[in-house]
Write a protein that binds this ligand. Sequence first.
Ligand SMILES: *Cc1c(COP(=O)(O)O)cnc(C)c1O
Length: 346
Amino acid sequence: MKLNQLIRPHLQHLIPYSSARDEYTGDTGVFLDANENALGSLAGEGWNRYPDPYQKKIKMKISDLKDVHFSFIFLGNGSDEPIDLLIRAFCEPGKDAILISSPTYGMYKVSANIHNVRIIDCPLTPDYQLDTEKIVDHLKDVKLTFICSPNNPTGNIFDKKAIKTILEKSKGLVIVDEAYIDFTLEESWVSELKNYENLVVLQTFSKAWGMAGLRVGMAFANPELVSILNKIKPPYNISGPVQKLISSALDHSERKNEWVSHILAQRNDLAEKLTSLSNVVKVYPSDANFLLVRFTDARSVFDKLIHDKVIVRDRSKVHLCDNSLRITVGTVEENELLMKSLKSYE
Ligand SMILES: *Cc1c(COP(=O)(O)O)cnc(C)c1O
């Protein structure tokens, strides 16, 4: 794969913004290069300085944790930022296309729409797996293929062989969105980066790590691709306080693992309880921290839950998700309130 042939022509020779912090990377010195306020910051110690544009400290820790080389890591303002940057870097508005398999995460489509990039949808099969044949038929027409695994909102992970086939037959990039990877026993595609130079893996600090409010997502890809994303991103896309918070959170990944075990136990418990309700048609198997549940009449269940101030996601208008609600696993107490509301309506 030649990234230089895939990238939008006007970006091939883009000269990126050169920030003051690009030219000198030492930690100490007299910094008179960035027009900051040398006297201090009203927000507290240290925030008068621009943050590290490449978030090196965080990337070192992620590199250790995930056994992936530093140069394969890109950090964005949520994983929504790399989704947007990939479309911006590779898809010519009004000409190029991306491929998605609905029902799936909404941002691929929204980002493509924002940039006037065509969307080719190869919907999942009725058992919520990738329609590999159909996808392969369309690979020649697209620059980017988005695969969300475990998938939102169906909750399941996709067959590894199917993704391999797509990676092998694709002339463009294949993006595997692993926002929910912590909740499955299956292995991450990060370990396959060495074998597929057209693979991009997305992960996030928003779900298992409990830091949705900080807005940090990870993209893993070959260094050449990472450098393209670095060229077109806003120079200081992760703020200083956020870098500091993420960095210290990374020293406590065992806490994240404990949460995951707890959430998985609660998920299984909740699935069992939901299955026993008379108006539940099906609780779909989940590799994530939520359950997709088919009811006899999802809309009225949704309204009853809202009335009791329990908010879930109504997916019943979404392709292949008739009468289905997506329910995030909450705390023990929250799950009890959910069940209480549902039982009183049954
Ligand atoms: C929640 C979610 C994300 C996370 O997005 P952030 O911008 O990192 O918060 C990404 N992909 C999928 C499929 C999700 O469900």
